[in-house]
Write a protein that binds this ligand. Structure first.
Ligand code: KG4
Ligand code: ZN
Length: 339
């Protein structure tokens, strides 16, 4: 089955064609990073205008690269939640228009389900597993029972991990997007220079939750207070290394705890932050647990994960109507991603 996937939830316009949920025939991405760089953050109106400009040419390019014609596609999918409203409307309107025009089924995909699926493109992964999703807008620990059945057991109670990395990088003018900029700066820094505080949410219904607002405030507003040796000199690289280490370690401990508590020795990580090598090394220390990270080209936003996941979703739920809407926020992330 050939699936055309469209992704436009944030600052990447992407179109892919994937066969049977595994074989990526094309995966075209137009990044808007340079266009948002002057503002050190995504400007929604600029994002929408660029999606509008790129989405049709990119679809044509995806078909050409895959060596297929639009009429040969069996299913058309778009990320219709969560994300920036302009991008969601554009991607989903285009996907539904193609579906209507070509008389093909349409399916709306949860962008985060796509991220969770991204490691499945290249690896055969056994269920159940502990999923960790870390992106610019979400931080979730999930018990995954099948492609469409899972329970979110932990989330951030404030900032997402990617958002915290972006904000600290912006404050210290390290670069944009913040995650990769901090990763690079940290390579020349001392992770033990600052002991930033980590959240310790321990109540029984909160034991897998994390919080990034405290550590972010510490790194931005109370930096000197957390120097291990007061009065010591430091560089921005030391701030990056210490912040990255503590921010990841906090989550690493929670995921490890979930894996032990639920007796599931498999962990699957997804979302833009999963591109980070330091995070990958941290999880690689878990020798008695199988850990899966997506291939780098499927870690940050892309449409291959949307088209690949749509294949499985379609087998279980069938098509969505053309009256399906778009949803900037997804409620119920605390309970279940299934809708
Ligand atoms: O999944 P994604 O591409 O878009 C969203 O769905 O939000 O994730 C974007 C986030 C941003 O916060 C970005 O700084 C972060 O992922 N990111 C990284 C890396 N690459 C992207 N964070 C840490 N290390 C990286 N190499
Ligand atoms: Zn994403």
């Amino acid at each position: 089955m050939l699936v055309l996937g469209i992704e436009s939830t944030c600052d990447e316009t992407a179109v892919a064609i994937v066969k049977d949920g595994k074989e990526v025939l094309s995966n075209i991405i137009a990044s808007q990073i340079k266009d948002h760089q002057p503002w050190s953050g995504v400007v929604p109106e600029i994002a929408s205008r660029l999606h509008l400009k790129k989405i049709i040419p990119l679809t044509e390019e995806a078909c050409k690269t895959a060596g297929v014609e639009l009429k040969d596609v069996d299913l058309i999918a778009s990320s219709n939640r969560p994300g920036l409203i302009g991008g969601l409307i554009i991607g989903t309107a285009v996907a539904k228009s193609y579906a209507w025009m070509l008389d093909k089924p349409f399916i709306g995909i949860n962008h985060m389900e796509g991220h969770l699926y991204s490691s499945h493109i290249t690896c055969d992964i056994e269920f159940p597993y502990v999923g960790l999703l870390v992106s610019g807008g979400h931080t979730m620990i999930i018990i995954v029972k099948s492609h469409t059945e899972y329970e979110v057991i932990g989330t951030t109670i404030d900032d997402a991990l990617g958002e915290a990395l972006d904000k600290v990088a912006k404050h210290y003018n390290i670069g944009y997007p913040g995650g990769p900029a901090i990763e690079k700066a940290a390579l020349d820094g001392d992770k033990d220079k600052f002991h930033f505080p980590i959240s310790n949410l321990y109540k029984s219904d909160r034991q897998y939750d994390v919080s990034y607002s405290g550590i972010k405030t510490a790194a931005i507003n109370h930096l000197e207070k957390y120097l291990v040796n007061p009065g010591d000199t430091y560089t921005v690289n030391d701030i990056a290394a210490s912040f990255q280490h503590k921010a990841f370690d906090m989550l690493f401990r929670k995921v490890k705890k979930a894996s032990i508590d639920y007796k599931i020795p498999r962990i699957v990580v997804g979302g833009g932050v999963s591109a980070n090598q330091y995070l990958r090394q941290m999880f690689a220390t878990l020798t008695d647990t199988q850990v899966y990270f997506p291939s780098l080209k499927y870690a940050t936003d892309n449409a291959a994960m949307i088209a690949a996941y749509a294949y499985h979703k379609f087998q279980e739920t069938g098509a969505d109507g053309l009256d399906t809407g778009v949803y900037p926020r997804v409620t119920g992330f605390k309970i279940s991603l299934v809708q």
